[in-house]
Design a protein around this ligand. Structure first.
Ligand SMILES: [Fe+2]
Ligand SMILES: [Fe+2]
Length: 244
């Protein structure tokens, strides 16, 4: 398998690997800064492809930070492979993620991030937002690059297939279609609708992102606030509906 590398913003590279078994893209994002940051490691099985892709942009040994939204194999399965390749690299995750998952899983201790904590990387500054159960997992969190206004939005806006790297057309309908189709699949209950769901999505929208860096699907450039508010309505109408 080979990954496609696309520059999608200042110092920001999208690394996309199409997984034919799942028929979805697995996307990582590399922020090439003084302290380079990789968002998601991808699957352990895809590590060689991801490593090749990162190597085409920078020396992978110089990687400093590895972020991910929640503990799942597509998000952080290859973490320990990266820790071997990059001696200075450290995982960053929520307090729950560090304490409950990384303490056992990671070969080196992870940095536990408080909600709203800022991580300067050089020319960029990341804000960490703790987002329990959005998109899923009690350890969930998201990173926002305050300089480029890029929200690394994890599995939100998921859409399948191998679409174009970037789009400026609206993406909510793609996400809605995927949610509706997914409702009749074994993966239907991927997102719990909790008392915090609306508040969390509202908080993400208030960031007014200019770029939504999706883990599965095209990167969206445009009015991120509007897209998130529309997605929140879709999620409420689907995941938030009482079972019949
Ligand atoms: Fe996930
Ligand atoms: Fe994912």
């Amino acid at each position: 398998m080979k990954s496609l590398v696309t520059e999608v913003g200042p110092d920001l590279f999208r690394i996309s690997t199409f997984h034919p078994g799942y028929s979805i893209q697995i996307n990582q994002f590399l922020l090439k800064d003084d302290e380079p940051f990789l968002m998601h490691t991808s699957f352990k099985k895809l590590f060689p492809a991801t490593l090749d892709a990162v190597t085409s942009v920078m020396d992978p040994k110089k990687l400093r930070w590895i972020g991910f939204s929640h503990f799942e194999p597509d998000e952080c399965g290859a973490l320990n492979d990266w820790l071997k390749v990059a001696p200075q690299a450290q995982a960053m995750t929520s307090v729950v993620g560090a304490m409950v998952m990384m303490d056992d899983f990671a070969d080196r201790p992870a940095r536990a991030l408080a909600d709203d904590e800022r991580i300067p990387t050089g020319n960029h500054r990341l804000q960490f937002l703790s987002t329990p159960h959005v998109p899923h997992g009690w350890d969930a969190g998201m990173f926002f690059d305050e300089v480029s206004r890029t929200l690394f939005c994890s599995d939100l806006f998921f859409h399948p297939g191998d679409p174009e790297p970037c789009t400026e057309s609206e993406i909510v309908s793609r996400a809605q279609e995927a949610i509706v189709q997914g409702a009749s699949s074994p993966l239907a209950k991927d997102m719990p609708y909790t008392p915090y769901t609306d508040l969390t999505l509202d908080r993400l929208a208030a960031l007014k992102p200019a770029t939504l860096a999706l883990m599965h699907g095209s990167t969206y450039r445009g009015n991120g606030e509007q897209a998130l508010r529309e997605l929140a309505k879709v999620i409420k109408a689907t995941h938030g509906r009482k079972p019949e």
